[in-house]
Design a protein around this ligand. Structure first.
Ligand SMILES: [Cu+2]
Length: 153
């Protein structure tokens, strides 16, 4: 009786371990996961300004899964992925609209407007190069809501 119970426990543990392995490989197959926080002065804790904060600044080429969360207490934010020709490249700005000209930038995908506290996912295939992760809500890019993101071989 005691022995049988022990065997059953061992089987359960093995099944759980196997399930764990399957979950891990499923994640690996769908790409590198990069959590991204969108923050500003109304976030808790408060950020010094509007920022795009990826958990990693670089990732290997291939499928990338951006898990984007708007951590603002009051503002709508979004995240666009824009291919840059080189790091620090100036992007075409529409001063009237107070935002980047979306026709003039190579946006490869986005998590559109997120209300405070909301999250969204963008799955995208990225080749090696330099990218900008940015928010193009009016005024936000100028306020510093952009960061470089590097994709390596
Ligand atoms: Cu924003």
């Amino acid at each position: 009786m005691t022995r049988l119970f022990a065997v059953r426990l061992a089987c359960t543990a093995a099944a759980a371990a196997l399930a764990g392995v399957f979950v891990m490989s499923a994640v690996a197959a769908t790409g590198h996961v990069v959590p991204v926080d969108l923050v500003d002065t109304s976030s808790k804790p408060a950020a010094p300004g509007m920022r795009v904060k990826p958990a990693a600044a670089k990732v290997k080429a291939g499928d990338v899964v951006f898990q984007v969360t708007n951590r603002s207490g009051s503002l709508v934010h979004e995240m666009l992925v824009v291919k840059l020709d080189k790091s620090g490249q100036a992007l075409p700005y529409d001063a009237k609209e107070d935002k980047l000209e979306e026709d003039g930038i190579k946006s490869l995908g986005e998590v559109p407007e997120l209300e405070p506290g909301k999250s969204g996912v963008l799955k995208i295939k990225l080749a090696p190069g330099v990218y900008a992760l940015l928010c193009n809500q009016p005024g936000h890019y100028q306020a510093g809501m952009v960061t470089n993101f590097t994709v390596t071989q």
